[in-house]
Unconditional design. Structure first.
Lengths: 329, 278
């Protein structure tokens, strides 16, 4: 019982309960065959795609900021890779560096605007989101004359970023997702830098008074989100041998929902990487797992909406539980 | 005290922001093991004075001396390194973080090496709990507890214990009892006494005369940026101090005028106008 109470006090508790809830719902109402759902590649691939960005966004949201320009950065990373290494046929490495470089650049712009101005980061990144959508579309029309660019990736790049693993249809990007999650988990929960990120989200002025380099960390976290997004775009261009201009609006909300279901407080200062990992899986299972059920897939969004509200409600009460904890005596 | 040099001293400090003079000719000194209570109504310049002491603002004129040596702080960090610690109303604590992490924020103990240096949670929790208990908060036994679960007084105490542990010599307490209940405030006052016993120079900012009188050795009343009165313990009564803080206007006169108004207005108190809220 004590163990259970302890689990509830963790930031990941709501995401684990959401995951169980969704699975039970799919089994009981949707008649899903777990033996088929769990090993299926579709939801894992999707989870990896949003999970890499979600992990970076989780760090940023713990620090109390938000980045919605990620929606434009996924296609931006893909198009940059395809234009450099596909259209101009430069060596693959330039395409990869170009994609990551554009992520660093946009992240830097977001970060500097965030620390230099008092404008809420939702507005700043809304600006860079729309601006980058324009840059990607107009730029690719200007350079290539098309909104879709083919790419033949070098074999090594294919193996590292865009291949299938386990001899099936699981994508190699899943391994990147797990690796990035482990690294971020280590930073957030084991090092002092993690403490600093929580402190920035908890009380920025106090953090600054405690000598924490608030501005530098904020800029780095913005670079993290934009680069994670352009990295995902790059992997997809390499995997599918082409890149298209797209809005990426869905990705923004899907990623933020995953992070929030994962127990990160929208106002910052609370959350966990493990929770976000589970939150991402939950989200992916709802979206992709519905195909394994007898439920019409158009209902998926309704389930997402309900799950989001339920998870936020649970997060709220579990956080209160955590604060009250150990007042037994 | 055997050593008569004040730990911190202000000599004729002025602070103006552009054309606006906020502090005027402030002179103060606090010795080791002494509590200076800085009293003042809202807008009297208390926060500007704190920020000047804490290195956030540089004085426009005048000097600050630490241990008799003139200093100029390059920023809050610099002031902290010279042993000047400021504890604000909510103590600079993070409600959703553990006691151990709060205590060591910015100066985390680590173990391991290279890129695998990890936060030493066990050590941080142990020291934090020990130090807070030494300050008399025996209810805190688990360093993993979230600070948000502590009472306001306990959060203040944690912040004070932290400042003491990291070698503060001057402790600036900015309205530490303002948001607290009677019992909680008593708690914080006990901690102030504890800090004083350990030989810290304490500057206690408040507008609650009772709290000031409970711990203060020395009092200064700030009105419109200038020190209106400076006296030692026992030299003035509570009523006199309250009158001073209200800007010389006697509280008794004020009460009489309100009562007079109520008599002629069917028992309604006077409406609060712009003058009263300014």
């Amino acid at each position: 019982m004590d163990l259970f109470a302890n689990l509830l006090r963790r930031p990941a508790a709501a995401s684990i309960l959401s995951l169980l809830g969704v699975i039970v719902f799919y089994v009981v109402i949707g008649g899903v065959d777990l033996g088929k759902l769990l090993p299926a590649a579709s939801w894992v691939n999707y989870a990896a795609r949003i999970g890499i960005v979600a992990a970076a966004v989780a760090l940023l949201m713990i620090s109390g900021e938000i980045d919605i320009s990620i929606g434009a950065m996924i296609p931006a990373g893909a198009m940059t890779t395809a234009i450099i290494s596909g259209y101009y046929e430069l060596p693959m490495i330039f395409g990869i560096l170009g994609a990551l470089g554009i992520g660093v650049l946009v992240g830097l712009v977001n970060g500097i605007l965030a620390v230099r101005t008092a404008v809420p980061t939702l507005i700043i990144t809304l600006g860079t989101l729309v601006a980058m959508q324009g840059v990607v579309l107009a730029g690719s029309k200007l350079l290539t004359g098309a909104a879709s660019v083919p790419l033949t990736a070098a074999p090594w790049a294919k193996t590292v970023f865009g291949d299938f693993i386990f001899g099936g249809s699981h994508q190699v990007v899943i391994l990147w997702w797990v690796l990035i999650t482990v690294i971020f988990w280590f930073i957030v929960h084991q090092t002092k830098y993690g403490s600093w990120i929580f402190a920035i989200g908890g009380d920025k002025d106090s953090a600054r008074n405690a000598g924490i380099p608030v501005d530098r960390i904020t800029v780095l976290l913005f670079i993290g989100t934009a680069t994670a997004a352009s990295f995902v775009g790059m992997c997809h261009a390499i995997l599918f041998n082409s890149a298209q201009v797209s809005g990426g609006m869905n990705d923004i909300f899907n990623i933020i929902v995953s992070v929030v279901v994962g127990g990160v407080l929208l106002t910052g200062g609370y959350g966990s990487i493990a929770g976000v990992f589970v939150g991402t899986i939950t989200f992916a299972i709802v979206i992709k797992g519905i195909d394994f059920t007898s439920i019409d897939r158009n209902w998926a969004n309704l389930i997402i909406g309900i799950m989001l509200l339920a998870a936020v409600g649970m997060n709220e009460s579990f956080r209160k539980l955590a604060m009250r904890a150990a007042t037994k005596k | 005290m055997s050593d008569n040099t004040p730990v911190i001293e202000l000599r004729n400090v002025d602070k103006s922001f552009g054309p606006i003079d906020v502090l005027h000719e402030i002179s103060l000194k606090v010795g080791a093991g002494e509590v200076l209570c800085l009293l003042g109504d809202n807008g009297a310049g208390k926060s500007t004075l704190i920020k000047t002491l804490a290195g956030v603002h540089a004085p426009t004129r005048g000097e600050i001396l630490v241990d008799g040596e003139p200093v100029s702080f390059s920023g809050p960090r610099d002031a902290q390194e010279r042993g000047i610690a400021t504890v604000h109303q909510f103590g600079g604590t993070y409600p959703l973080m553990s006691i151990g992490r709060n205590f060591f924020m910015g100066v985390e103990p680590t173990k391991g090496f290279g890129p695998f240096k990890i936060f030493d949670r066990a050590k941080a929790n142990k020291i934090a709990v020990e130090e807070v208990q030494k300050m008399g908060i025996t209810r805190i036994t688990d360093g993993d507890r979230l600070v948000g679960g502590l009472s306001g007084g306990e959060r203040q105490s944690l912040a004070i214990a932290r400042a003491v542990y990291f070698g503060a010599r001057v402790l600036i307490l900015d309205e530490p009892t303002a948001a607290l209940g009677v019992k909680q405030a008593a708690h914080v006052l006990r901690i102030v006494n504890e800090a004083k016993k350990r030989g810290l120079a304490v500057i206690f900012i408040t507008h609650q005369v009772m709290h000031a009188m409970a711990v203060g050795d020395h009092f200064a009343v700030l009105i419109r940026g200038a020190i209106a009165a400076d006296f030692r313990k026992g030299e003035k009564s509570r009523e006199e101090i309250a009158d001073l803080m209200a800007g010389g206007e006697s509280m008794a006169d004020l009460e009489a005028s309100i009562e007079g108004y109520m008599e002629t207005h069917d028992g309604h108190p006077p409406k609060v106008g712009q003058e009263a809220s300014a």
